[in-house]
Write a protein that binds this ligand. Structure first.
Ligand code: PHE
Length: 449
């Protein structure tokens, strides 16, 4: 007889793990810089509306399918299929989701490796190793490969330990740490010159900036941030007990994800203006804000350097925060292929982790060897194109293919009066019509744009 399937030990454990997956570089880096380049508060407003109106229903589709099927995304979609065609479609969407999750991890590990390098730099300086510090913060193939390998190793160690002892334990430890670091940094930055100007830009929405591209950017950001489409939330849902109310847990995860994104904005956007007050160039010659890697790896470090003796401490804290956010997300990406291999083959979890982790690290290495061509391309193919399309596929499965009675039965477990609730009145229509249509609109826009 096979061992019973592992589960999260508690509601809080699940929320920590799922919120840990959602809260990542997408929140602390992506959301604030998208906000800064998209008219400040207007983007925040649109993002929150879309997160609750569209990303939350899509998240629910994944959680419900996952808990019902108690399996990885590939097996789950094949399992709820109703005939040979939908079974093939399930294999296609599930298989593609596993591949996309793996490729997201392959570039995420590279970026997270940089976070580790910048985290160790102030320590190297404090210990009197300036050449090591220089090596850590200079872009080179060796540094990139070594730091990505370290980060992958960390992710693999947690995943090899399983659900309760790996994912749940580490998410529950690291998420409170992430919030404390974030709050400490905000208190510090808001007391610096220039911070209030940043706060004003962040919190006063210029509604005239709301236009279709902004709305679609916000939608893409919401899907990435809630880890949707690739089977991450589906596999986490599969480790949930039938005693829990899925709509409530999903709402918590969405709330925490939005809350941390909002709080991260309170740090990053004022910090950009503080850097400007310190004489760092934060706008390009064309007048756009320096976003992307340059913001994180140049603007902010030069701000930390200009802060005097406290600078290295602030810098260290910031990059610990980024690394923590990255690892609670990367474990959820690795869980997608590892769950498939360990459920469908005879490989044990540690063996599956080792094989898949090594393969994904090879993909990272190939990307690093062809950085200029591949890095941006893989990010675009996986997050801009594939994630929304896969999200669409999952909504079609939940809304059109899966029998409505089974769907209702699954949500009723842990929430017996759901049939009378507003959730059941609205949600099925949402996943059937609104979610697919809006995702299609976003996809069309990204193709045209
Ligand atoms: N949500 C994570 C972030 O915001 C990224 C992620 C995408 C995680 C897809 C898992 C799956 O950084």
């Amino acid at each position: 007889m096979s061992a019973p399937r592992e589960q999260f030990s508690s509601k809080a454990g699940f929320i920590m793990a799922a919120a840990g997956s959602a809260v990542g570089l997408g929140n602390i880096w992506g959301f604030p810089t998208q906000t800064a380049t998209n008219g400040g508060g207007a983007f925040v407003l649109v993002y929150f509306i879309l997160a609750f109106m569209l990303a939350y229903p899509a998240l629910m589709a994944e959680l419900i399918i996952g808990r019902h099927a108690r399996a990885n995304v590939f097996t789950a979609l094949r399992g709820i299929a109703t005939g040979p065609f939908t079974r093939k479609l399930g294999s296609l969407i599930g298989g593609y989701g596993v591949i996309v999750a793996s490729f997201i991890l392959s570039f995420y590990a590279i970026i997270a490796g940089w976070m580790l390098a910048f985290m160790v730099e102030p320590v190297a300086l404090m210990l009197g190793f300036p050449s090591v510090a220089e090596w850590l913060t200079t872009f080179s193939l060796e540094r990139n490969i070594i730091t990505a390998a370290l980060f992958m190793g960390l992710t693999m160690a947690i995943i090899a330990s399983g659900i309760e002892n790996g994912i749940e334990k580490w998410s529950s430890r690291l998420m409170p740490m992430l919030l404390s670091l974030l709050l400490a940094l905000i208190i510090y930055v808001l007391n610096q010159d220039g911070a209030m100007e940043g706060l004003r830009v962040y919190l006063s929405p210029d509604l005239s900036r709301i236009n279709p591209p902004l709305i679609l950017d916000a939608l893409g950001q919401a899907f990435f941030s809630l880890s949707l489409g690739v089977g991450t939330m589906l596999i986490y849902g599969s480790y949930l007990s039938r005693e829990e109310s899925l709509p409530k847990l999903g709402a918590w995860v969405t709330l925490v994800d939005c809350g941390i994104a909002f709080i991260a904005g309170l740090l990053i956007i004022p910090a950009i203006y503080v850097a400007q007050a310190h004489g760092t160039q934060v706008f390009t010659e064309a007048g756009d804000l320096i976003a992307g890697p340059d913001l994180i790896f140049q603007v902010l470090p030069s701000l930390f350097n200009s802060m005097g003796s406290i600078g290295p401490v602030v810098g260290l804290t910031f990059f610990v925060l980024m690394s923590v956010a990255a690892v609670t997300s990367s474990i959820s990406m690795l869980e997608v292929p590892v769950s498939l291999v360990s459920e469908e083959t005879r490989a044990s979890r540690p063996q599956a982790t080792l094989i898949i982790g090594a393969l994904i690290f090879c993909a990272s290495t190939v990307t690093l060897l062809n950085f200029d061509v591949m890095f941006g391309l893989i990010i675009d193919i996986t997050t801009v194109y594939s994630q929304p399309l896969l999200g669409l596929g999952l909504c079609v499965f939940a809304g059109w293919i899966w029998h409505r009675d089974n769907l209702l039965k699954e949500i009723q477990a842990g929430h017996p009066d759901i049939a009378d609730s507003w959730f059941w009145k609205i949600w099925p229509t949402y996943v059937r019509f609104f979610c697919p249509l809006l995702i299609l609109a976003a996809f069309g826009q990204s193709l045209v744009g």
